[in-house]
Design a protein around this ligand. Structure first.
Ligand SMILES: [Zn+2]
Length: 395
């Protein structure tokens, strides 16, 4: 075990070997593994965590959706007639930006209580915190409702790892069941009850090329695209605003068409970013949009992540609020975040149990140069996760 592996001490309690893993050291170990997506290469993180969890008594399975794009499922207990609680997080990071960092983004140095590094907030600290809590409690979880950890590859580019697991689950049941889900994405340890969905579409119109001096011999794909853009600006979702999330939105973000100014263009493509609210089905929305745009426009989704929302009055959410009240120094209020998460794939696979986004990272540091996570928040998150697991698994 190398000094950077994250294992600090192995203790003994009542004759049962009880491991402890320091979540801060484990965060550092994960940050030191470059999992920029693309290419990802998340296998190194997955195997590192899998080894610790297996030694602590977890059942482990690894699932590659492409070579080296490895997600990990680890479970323990689960025999009490109540479904386990699930903790989930991703181990890929976004690529480094072009602006140079002040420090090496893979050094995971700690300075003035801040752990610096790519993925420190989003979200290797979150994964390390729930793995550390899980390992501490492992010996006491046998015969209880139990715990399942879902650690995914490929989240940053559209939740491919989580969707792959959900697909495998349909045939092989690899995820088991879960009665509640904690998504350890960065929230500064504030419990969050939802996020909007994202549906990104490519809309293509085709035409017939001709010389620019004789446009009457061609069919102009850009004119068709322009009509589609106008139609999209007028599109009405026909659903009322959500009390926490507000309205669904639609934005045309890109338009591309034509090769040269003196030809009639035979191809034009627009990029559409739709953010949905709870109650909107993406498949129904797609059907309505296609009808709205007509047969001249081919609409193809290239990212499809549904919204997430749990009623804050849910008993389990309230129990999480109670755990977080002394840690935050205030009773949490229902809040949402602007980003989307793997939860969209996983909650469906688990038949929509209550879900909370709760993690030690700083949301405003995600995808930023000089990203950091506060060490104190990692320690708070471990403490919170221990209590949440104990509450769920008590006899
Ligand atoms: Zn993230």
């Amino acid at each position: 075990m190398s000094p950077s592996s994250g294992e600090q001490a192995v203790g003994s309690r009542k004759g049962t070997m009880s491991r402890t893993i320091d979540a801060v050291s484990l965060t550092q170990a994960l940050v030191r593994m470059n999992t920029c997506n693309p290419p990802g290469n998340e296998d190194q993180c997955a195997f590192h965590l899998g080894k610790f969890l297996e030694e602590a008594g977890f059942r482990i399975s690894c699932h590659e959706y492409r070579p080296r794009r490895t997600s990990l499922v680890a479970s323990i207990g689960g025999a009490s007639g109540k479904s386990p609680i699930c903790f989930t997080g991703h181990i890929d990071t976004v690529p480094l930006g072009t602006a140079p960092w002040s420090n090496n983004p893979f050094a995971a140095e700690i300075d003035s209580g801040r752990l610096y590094g790519l993925g420190s907030s989003d979200m290797k600290s979150g994964v390390a915190s729930f793995v550390a809590a899980a390992i501490v409690l492992a010996p006491r979880l046998l015969g209880t409702a139990g715990l399942v950890l879902v650690i995914t590859a490929g989240e940053e580019t559209g939740c491919e790892g989580a969707f792959h697991l959900a697909e495998l689950n349909k045939m092989e049941g690899i995820l088991g069941s879960a009665g509640a889900i904690v998504i350890a994405e960065p929230t500064s340890n504030y419990p969050i009850v939802g996020h909007k969905g994202a549906l990104w579409l490519q809309a293509r119109s085709r035409g017939v090329t001709a010389h620019g001096s004789m446009p009457e011999h061609g069919v102009n794909a850009i004119y068709k695209a322009a009509q589609a853009v106008n139609a999209l600006e007028q599109f009405d979702f026909g659903v009322p605003a959500h009390p926490l999330m507000g309205r669904a939105t639609l934005n045309v973000g890109t338009i591309r068409g034509g090769m040269n100014v003196n030809s009639v263009p035979d191809d034009a493509v627009i990029g559409i970013d739709i953010r949905t609210i709870p109650g909107q089905s993406h498949s129904e929305l797609l059907f309505c949009l296609r009808r709205h745009l007509g047969v001249d426009v081919e609409v193809t989704p290239f990212l499809d992540v549904e919204s997430l929302h749990t009623d804050p009055s849910d008993a389990w959410v309230q129990s999480v609020y109670e755990v977080m009240t002394p840690i935050l120094g205030e009773m949490p209020q229902p809040r949402i975040v602007s980003y989307f998460t793997d939860a969209a794939a996983l909650t469906k696979a688990y038949s929509n149990p209550p879900s909370v986004i709760l993690g030690p990272g700083e949301p405003q540091m995600a995808h930023q140069r000089d990203e950091y996570c506060f060490v104190s928040r990692i320690e708070q998150a471990v403490d919170a996760y221990l209590q949440i697991i104990r509450n769920w698994c008590k006899p």
